[in-house]
Structures are given as C-alpha cells and as structure tokens.
Design a protein around this ligand. Structure first.
Ligand code: SF4
Length: 190
C-alpha cells in the first residue's frame, strides 16, 4: 500500500510571545499546523534588565522547539507615551487594552512586511489576561493589515499550569508581575 505524505508547506505564522513562561507551551500547540516564528515585541516591560531577562527566557524556549526567534526593537518611551491618563487604570482595563494593541499592531506590521499569513499571541495563556479582550483587539487590527489572526484562549485545558511546569523544568526566568512600570509598582506595594 502506498503511504500518503503531506508535502504541502505549512502556513507561516508569527507568534507574539511576551516571556519564557508563555513561550514554553503554546508553540507546541501550533507546530502541527503552522510554520512558527516567535516575535518578542514587548516595549511595555520595565525596567530594561527585566526586558532582557524575559527575552533570554523566551529565546531559550524557542530554541528548545527548534523554531526561529526574532527580537523587535525595544521602544519603552514610545509605549509609555501612550499611557498618559491611563496610569491608574486597573489591570485588564483601558491601559492593558492599549498595551495589547500596541504590541499586536507592531507584530502585525512586521508580519505584513515579512509576508507571514498568520499572527497569534501567547498572551491569553495567563489567567490574569482576558482572552476575549486580546482576541477582539487582534481580530480588529488584523483586518487593517490583511493578515489572519488566530484568536485562542491558551489557558484552557490547563494551559497555564502546563506552561509554568515546563518553564520550571527548563530552569528559565519566571516573572512575578505583568511587565510595565505600573504593574511593577503595584506588585511592590503588595
Ligand atoms: S499591566 Fe500588563 S497588560 Fe497591563 S499595561 Fe501593564 S504590562 Fe501591559
């Protein structure tokens, strides 16, 4: 009997990843169907040393999957400029919508330049993140760029716990606050 093999190339997907923990499991779910490249676009992160720590962790996990990893330019001043008047907004509120839109727009822009067919983000793997909000923003922006957005809630089916366990096993850096200066200060007060 002749064995059928699928030689069709998989569609190219640019995966926005925010840290090593979030990048420790989501690629595994995507790889059966997509040709995945990880994109580290996180100008929200404060301070720069923290940006570097999460960068290294995300890169380590991409290497463990054998997938390409691209670091976007770090532009904290540009990100911060858009938070005026939103400094005291609660987590999951208006500042976070802006933050997600900022990073996804940059990711979609890069995907467009590099001819990716799909964009996704690891962000929804955290229980502190509202998947509906993230996916609505991704869908809306993707129309402007003419690229498909794969909206998922990665925390389903134990996704966050699996990610944390994988990250722990890999010995990578695991952060204890969301990322921006506002979440950093809020964590320090707790
Ligand atoms: S709390 Fe997190 S999602 Fe919200 S603005 Fe800060 S870094 Fe972005």
């Amino acid at each position: 009997m002749e064995i059928q093999t699928n030689t069709e190339p998989k569609p190219r997907l640019l995966l926005h990843a925010c840290c090593g923990v979030c990048n420790s499991y989501v690629p595994e779910l995507l790889l059966p169907n997509f040709d995945v490249t990880v994109y580290y676009e996180n100008s929200n992160i404060y301070p720069s040393e923290e940006f570097d720590r999460r960068l290294e962790a995300a890169k380590t996990m991409a290497e463990s999957f054998g997938i390409p990893f691209i670091q976007a330019p770090y532009k904290p001043e540009e990100w911060l400029a858009g938070t005026k008047g939103l400094e005291n907004a609660p987590e999951k509120g208006a500042r976070c919508s802006y933050c997600v839109a900022f990073r996804l727009a940059k990711t979609l822009d890069f995907a467009k330049q590099m001819d990716f067919e799909w964009v996704a983000t690891t962000l929804s793997v955290s229980r502190r993140k509202n998947a509906q909000m993230i996916n609505d923003i991704g869908e809306r922006l993707s129309v402007n760029y003419g690229i498909n957005f794969l909206g998922r809630d990665w925390k389903k089916n134990g996704g966050e716990n699996i990610s944390q366990e994988r990250a722990k096993k890999a010995g990578i850096y695991r952060q204890n606050y969301c990322g921006c200066i506002f979440s950093y200060k809020a964590r320090q007060k707790e």
